[in-house]
Design a protein around this ligand. Sequence first.
Ligand SMILES: [Zn+2]
Length: 271
Amino acid sequence: MRIVLLGAPGSGKGTQAQRLAERAGIPQISTGDLLRAAVARGTGLGLAAKAAMEGGRLVEDSLVLGMIRERLGESDARSGFILDGFPRNLAQAHALERLLAELKQPLDAVVQLEVDPAELVRRISGRRSCADCGRVFNLLTSPPPTGAAAVCPKTGAPHRLVQRPDDNEATVAERLRVYDEKTRPLIDFYRSRGLLRVIDAQGDLDEVTRRLVRALAPSAGAARARRPRAATAAARRKVADGRTRKRSAKSARAGTRSKKTPRRQAPRAKK
Ligand SMILES: [Zn+2]
């Protein structure tokens, strides 16, 4: 299963990616982690990225793509991956599409985690971290423990909670606006390719994970692909000829979403 997760800051994307990775037994590939790891290991790409960051420049897409390419070559990514934090804009989405086509590992789905902007502001404004040990808390969703468990491992005193300067409400609103502006076109891009699933990412953490898993369930697409008598099945087989099975299942799914082949159902995947 090859997946991209999209979600604004505060949508819980990282947490859900991690949960899904554990469940599906495929790696969560966070480009932030890749960058930090490459810099720490001092690889060629890492050194180039480090030079860019130290010069106050953005790390070029080509470097990030190079890291993704390297990462996808590792054995644990053979049965799939969850990309978290990339792509962030349309140019990156096109570049990723080209890379994955070249590797013959096209995406199976892109899931967008929807959360009301007001809720995002609330969640991000609740973020605090300990100035001594660095642990991250959220006053709303994961407050620091009280009593004996509340002791900071670094100091032996209670955690010293501080707020990141750009996590205040005014800055958060601006960050969300920028995110929205850059990612809206991405959503249309993946929708046009029949890959987009949207889930409600508000509410209980476990419930959101269940929605995510349901949105990715292959059952609907696979059942349609197997149905023999449908007139489109033959055409689909022709199209799929010479490609892998996975691809054909994917194009079948994409096909049933187009206006030309209206179908009765598309049950869970839609929501
Ligand atoms: Zn602490």
